[in-house]
Design a protein around this ligand. Structure first.
Ligand code: ADE
Length: 318
């Protein structure tokens, strides 16, 4: 059994997204056509690649997985597109990093399943080049992005649906940990799964990583069953912070709470204090802090909430 879920039933959480995916798949199967192109948006580690593979399995399709930064020349993307068969899925991770020249190759491919290429040949004065159009198979492009705001409008408009993944609840993360532990044949108590979930910043990738460290700890200490105490000792040993907050989020909270007395503070001020651009703050740092109720966005700026003050005062103590 794979650690990654293979079907929608095995995929935990993201209930609204799963309902939409179910409808898209049912409809495509009944029409006996390929799925419309899909964007999967949301913070890193929430299972976008996993969901794309689940969609492929549910459709009975082959999936080719790539990432925009590894597409270096036109030939790479042309090679990928021409290798696809009807119904296949092409998954491009970090699609916001695709260069404009490669985006333009995608437009006719996505819209009309056509590829416009220029071929050259001959030598010396007999050199020639001519434009030809190739027919492609009816594939589905699934693009994943952590930065939907960085996608160009022409590219975004060619996707039929945008599915946005959100942070998982602690209950859902605990279920994910339990499932993975079962697959790994690791004995773990219910409350220990919850303790891992509480430190995972709503993110399965973090939860799975913590589970691995906790398992290392339990093996090293010859503990056959993982309980809350084992989890806490492992968290301390590996310096894993409450909520799994990362250093950028911590810096943000410190600036807001300690340098600006909890705000309100405008986005522009935050940008210069953090030395980050607006999009990184709005799309990478703030979603989790908003979701956790650490901060609020108001008309006059960002304001820290009681939970943020509490978190930082506990944090200083540890
Ligand atoms: N692993 C990563 N994301 C998952 C999810 N949503 N359900 C189950 N396992 C996962």
């Amino acid at each position: 059994m794979s650690i990654r879920p293979l079907t929608l039933v095995e995929y935990i959480g993201q209930e609204e997204v799963k309902k939409q995916v179910r409808v898209l798949i049912d409809s495509a199967k009944k029409r006996v056509e390929s799925l419309d192109h899909i964007i999967l948006a949301g913070p890193p580690g929430l299972g976008k690649t996993t969901l794309a593979t689940v969609i492929a399995t549910e459709m009975g399709s082959q999936i080719k997985v790539t990432s925009a930064p590894v597409i270096e020349k036109k030939g790479d993307i042309v090679g990928l597109l021409t290798s696809l068969k009807d119904g296949d899925i092409l998954f491009i991770d970090e699609i916001h990093r695709l260069s404009p020249a490669f985006e333009e190759i995608l437009y006719p491919a996505m819209e009309d399943f056509k590829l416009d290429i220029i071929i050259g040949g001959g030598v010396g004065k007999k050199r020639y080049s001519k434009a030809i159009t190739l027919d492609l198979s009816r594939f589905t492009l699934i693009g994943a992005t952590t930065r939907i705001g960085m996608l160009s409008d022409p590219l975004l408009s060619r996707f039929g649906v945008i599915l946005t993944l959100d942070y998982y609840t602690e209950g859902e993360l605990s279920e994910i940990v339990k499932r993975v532990a079962q697959i790994m044949a690791v004995e773990i108590e219910e409350e220990a799964c919850m303790e891992i979930a509480r430190h995972s910043r709503g993110t399965p990738r973090i939860a799975n990583k913590i589970l691995k460290r906790v398992y290392d700890f339990s093996l090293s200490h010859n503990r056959e069953r993982i309980d809350t105490d084992t989890v806490r000792q492992a968290l301390r040993l590996f310096s894993i912070k409450d909520y799994g907050i990362d250093s950028l989020m911590l810096k943000y909270l410190r600036i807001l709470v300690e340098s600006f007395h909890g705000g309100p503070i405008g986005l522009t001020t935050l940008c210069s204090a953090l030395n980050e651009d607006r999009k990184t703050i709005e799309e990478v740092i703030e979603p989790f802090l908003l979701r956790m109720g650490f901060i609020k966005k108001t008309k006059v700026g960002r304001v820290a909430q009681g939970k943020a003050f509490e978190f930082l005062s506990n944090f200083r103590d540890t």
